[in-house]
Design a protein. Structure first.
Length: 225
C-alpha cells in the first residue's frame, strides 16, 4: 500500500514538473485549417410572385455539404479575439410538400463572409472554451434554376446577397508548446433572402422569400504565431 502511495506521489510530482501547453495571449494570431459541415435549415417564408401555379404546401430544402475552410483569429486581449472564416459551399435545393422531389435550385455556390468577436473563458492552461457572435454577408455565386423550374421556362435565377448574423460556441485545445492546437467550433447563421426565377425575356415566373439558417460545424488544427 505504502509503495503504491509513493509511486502515485512520484507520478504526480513528475507530471507537475512537465511543461504545460500554453494557450494564446494578447497579440497572438491563430490560423485554423478545418473540415466543415454546412447543414442548411431553409424554407420558404413567403411567395411574392407566382406565375407557375405552385401547389398548396409547397416548400424547399437544401442538401448538406462538407468543405474545407480556413479561419484567421487575432487575440485583442487574453480572452477576447476577432475571427474571420473563409470557405465556399455548394448546394442544390429540392422541393418538399406540394412540389416534393422537384429540383428548384441547381449548384448554388455560397460564400458566407463572417466576422465574429469571441470571448474565451477561464485560465486553464491549454484549454479555452468560447462563445461568439458577429455579422455575416452571404454572397451567392453562379446559382442556376433547377430542372423543375427550367421545365416551366426559367432561364435565370437570382438569389440576393444579404447580411445576416452568426452565433458560435466551441473550444481550442493546445497540443504542444509550439503553437499547435485542436479547434472545434459550431456556428448558427440567421439570414433571409429572396429568390427570383425569370424566363429568357426577363419576365418573372416565381419569386419567393426564404429563411436560410444553416448550422456550420467545424473541427481541425490551429496554428498560433
Amino acid at each position: 500500500m505504502k509503495n503504491g502511495i509513493f509511486k502515485g506521489a512520484a507520478i504526480l510530482a513528475t507530471a507537475a514538473m512537465l511543461p504545460t501547453a500554453a494557450y494564446a495571449e494578447a497579440g497572438t494570431i491563430q490560423a485554423k485549417l478545418l473540415g466543415t459541415l454546412v447543414a442548411p435549415d431553409a424554407s420558404i417564408t413567403e411567395v411574392k410572385v407566382d406565375n407557375i401555379g405552385l401547389p398548396a404546401g409547397s416548400d424547399t430544402a437544401a442538401n448538406d455539404n462538407f468543405i474545407p475552410t480556413i479561419a484567421i483569429e487575432y487575440f485583442v486581449t487574453d480572452n477576447i479575439s476577432l475571427e474571420t472564416i473563409a470557405g465556399l459551399t455548394q448546394h442544390d435545393v429540392d422541393g418538399t410538400g406540394g412540389i416534393g422531389g422537384l429540383e428548384t435550385v441547381s449548384d448554388a455556390k455560397i460564400l458566407p463572409a463572417t466576422l465574429t468577436i469571441k470571448y474565451h473563458f477561464g485560465d486553464m492552461d491549454g484549454f479555452k472554451p468560447y462563445i461568439g457572435a458577429g455579422p455575416s454577408y452571404f454572397v451567392f455565386i453562379d446559382e442556376q434554376p433547377g430542372t423543375a423550374l427550367v421545365g416551366f421556362g426559367a432561364d435565370r435565377l437570382q438569389l440576393n446577397d444579404k447580411f445576416g448574423v452568426a452565433l458560435q460556441a466551441g473550444f481550442d485545445l493546445a497540443l504542444n508548446d509550439s503553437g499547435l492546437g485542436l479547434s472545434v467550433d459550431a456556428k448558427r447563421y440567421f439570414l433571409r433572402t429572396d429568390a427570383s426565377w425569370t424566363d429568357a425575356n426577363g419576365a418573372e415566373l416565381l419569386q419567393t422569400r426564404h429563411k436560410i439558417d444553416p448550422w456550420v460545424i467545424s473541427a481541425g488544427l490551429a496554428f498560433r504565431f
